[in-house]
Design a binder for this molecule. Structure first.
Ligand code: B1M
Length: 209
């Protein structure tokens, strides 16, 4: 039986190569990528998040764990983002200005791609004006905004205001998400939708069209 605990700890300890080996071993033993993600990788982010909050680890350890997470996530990409589902639409997504967290956004992208969405990743630290430029220049159905910090959440509101000011708001549906974001906040800032996680993001994206 595969030991998810060892994988979780290797990611939490920022052991990139060990985490990669264990992720590969899990996949080779026939475990589905989604199960590796849910049981092996995601719990690692909970562990480091808690340790960081308690002051038991510092930014360098957080960074190393993030790197191990991203490297292992890449190994899941072929299975999670497998194309083949019917074309769903065009989705642009980015992490809002001031925020460098992209692991959750990247998982949302993998799931969307695996479900027929053509996704444009705008990256991290995306300013409201940049989001506007993308909406103006491309024929997107949905714009996704991700935020992991309570102090970057207002940038979601700023982005929606900027879309309004540029006369672009009616051109696109806006979905927001990220750990500190709530359905009430989404409603308050005038977003069209909120999704709690990547699986919900796929279901809600479909329902928006
Ligand atoms: Co940061 N960090 N971090 N961090 N970090 C958190 C978020 C924190 C909760 C840790 C803690 O204190 N417990 C805390 C935020 C506190 C707050 O604001 N409430 C925090 C802090 C404080 C900071 C810094 C300020 C630390 C410092 O400098 N003193 C700093 C900020 C830098 C910046 O952004 N300006 C910082 C930096 C970093 C690293 C760069 C080192 C690294 C990020 C690496 C990377 O992303 N490339 C990092 C990490 C790894 C974390 C934790 C440990 C893990 C985040 C993560 O990837 N989670 C995190 C603690 C935690 O989450 N437990 C923490 C796993 C991921 C799959 O979940 O991102 O929630 P999540 O995504 C989910 C859903 O939220 C949803 O779907 C995803 C998949 O299911 N979702 C969407 C996300 N986006 C969506 C969009 C949608 C729909 C759903 O629609 C568009």
């Amino acid at each position: 039986m595969f030991d998810f605990t060892e994988l979780t700890h290797s990611v939490a300890e920022g052991e990139v190569s060990k985490a990669g080996d264990l992720t590969r071993r899990a996949l080779d033993s026939g475990i589905a990528a989604k199960e590796v993600l849910d049981k092996g990788l995601l719990p690692a982010m909970e562990i480091v998040g808690n340790s960081f909050e308690k002051g038991e680890i510092y930014l360098p350890e957080l960074l190393m764990a993030g790197d191990a997470m991203k490297a292992s996530l890449e190994l899941l990409r072929p299975e999670l983002a497998t194309k083949g589902a019917a074309y769903a639409g065009r989705y642009a997504i980015g992490t809002v200005q001031g925020d460098l967290h992209d692991i959750g956004k990247n998982i949302v992208i993998l799931m969307l791609e695996g479900n027929g969405w053509e996704v444009t990743d705008l990256g991290i630290d995306v300013a409201p004006e940049q989001f506007c430029d993308v909406v103006k220049s491309g024929d997107f159905d949905i714009l996704g905004l991700s935020a992991l910090l309570t102090f970057t959440m207002p940038k979601m509101a700023d982005t929606i205001s900027a879309l309004k000011e540029a006369g672009l708001r009616s051109k696109i549906k806006v979905m927001v998400g990220g750990a500190p974001v709530t359905p009430a906040f989404a409603q308050q800032i005038g977003a069209d939708a909120y999704a709690r996680d990547a699986v919900e993001a796929v279901a809600i994206a479909k329902s928006l069209l």
